[in-house]
Design a protein. Structure first.
Length: 308
């Protein structure tokens, strides 16, 4: 379970960089804050990798260029845009810590009793699941926080006070159509559940076996809730992808970067673009599959090459 979760989260963090870049672009944010020299001032490797991905995805965007002048009066973007590499980067570093733990566990003998290299049969405590239980809980926290930031960017697209000139709720007919309102409700509901799933299982223990097993890791509970959290993160990122794509297309005739354009074109092979109100569930599910099966990452990497 832990190895599977690590693989899934590595892929989803690439998607998180993609959706963050699309939101920065669609909300008329700046990519100046992702410059390598700024990231080097706080030398976390995951942060540098995330910022590098964002710069590569946004390269050549006509939308970004349209407000890259002295006429732009905004001093700085909201945290959910400006701090995307700090959050996704910290998530990356946590995943890599989990990978170290997983590697050690795969190389471990956790039998009790154990036969040592010199042939002794010894009772021991190496079976205790604390190392794995802790990182399962860490990863659920990571998934919840990345999803929480993603949902905040989705919400910004819908608010005329914060979306820099787009229609309210990205509606085709504002005041009549609901646009992406229900999609944001969906993301918000999932994030709320993920915050509850982020409460650690590893701090809980109920003694059993006549008090012989008086402190256990509860790692299996951590694994089960992490599985749900990863599914939730997939869905929240899919909603942001769907929303950001609509917002970017509403910026027409301004054109997005080649990378985000490739993603939107691929997405449109499965979901409709801007237009009148419609039942959102099939669109959201198509976007979820686009993310979960690797379609979003494959599309962006046709332009950027492999993301970090």
């Amino acid at each position: 379970m832990l190895v599977l979760a690590i693989t899934d989260l590595r892929n989803l963090l690439k998607v998180a960089d993609l959706t963050a870049a699309m939101s920065v672009e669609g909300l008329l944010g700046t990519d100046n804050v992702f410059a390598a020299d700024l990231q080097a001032l706080r030398p976390h490797p995951g942060q540098a990798a995330s910022a590098g991905n964002l710069l590569r995805i946004l390269a050549g965007s006509a939308i970004r260029a349209s407000h890259d002048d002295e006429g732009c009066t905004r001093v700085q973007d909201a945290y959910s845009l400006r701090c995307a590499p700090q959050v996704a980067g910290a998530a990356r570093d946590t995943v890599e810590h989990a990978a170290v733990v997983a590697g050690r566990e795969l190389a471990a003998a956790v039998d009790n009793p154990v036969i040592t290299l010199d042939g002794r049969v010894e009772s021991n405590g190496n079976f205790h699941g604390a190392p794995v239980a802790y990182v399962l809980d860490f990863l659920a926290i990571v998934a919840a926080d990345v999803a929480s930031m993603s949902e905040r960017r989705t919400d910004r697209f819908l608010d005329v006070a914060r979306n820099n000139g787009l229609n309210a709720f990205l509606a085709d007919d504002p005041g009549v159509d609901s646009g992406h309102m229900i999609a944001q409700y969906t993301a918000a509901g999932i994030v709320s559940e993920m915050k509850r799933l982020a409460a650690p299982a590893s701090v809980d223990s109920i003694p059993s076996s006549a008090m012989q097993e008086d402190h256990v890791s509860m790692g299996w509970s951590g694994a089960r809730k992490l599985r749900r959290s990863i599914d939730g993160l997939t869905r929240v990122l899919a909603v942001e992808l769907l929303t950001a794509a609509r917002g970017i297309q509403l910026r027409s005739p301004l054109q997005p970067s080649a990378a985000t354009g490739a993603v939107i074109n691929a997405l449109r092979g499965t979901t409709a673009g801007p237009g009148a109100d419609r039942f959102m569930a099939p669109q959201i599910e198509a976007a979820v599959q686009f993310v979960a099966t690797g379609g979003a990452v494959r599309a962006v990497e046709t332009v950027t090459g492999p993301l970090s």
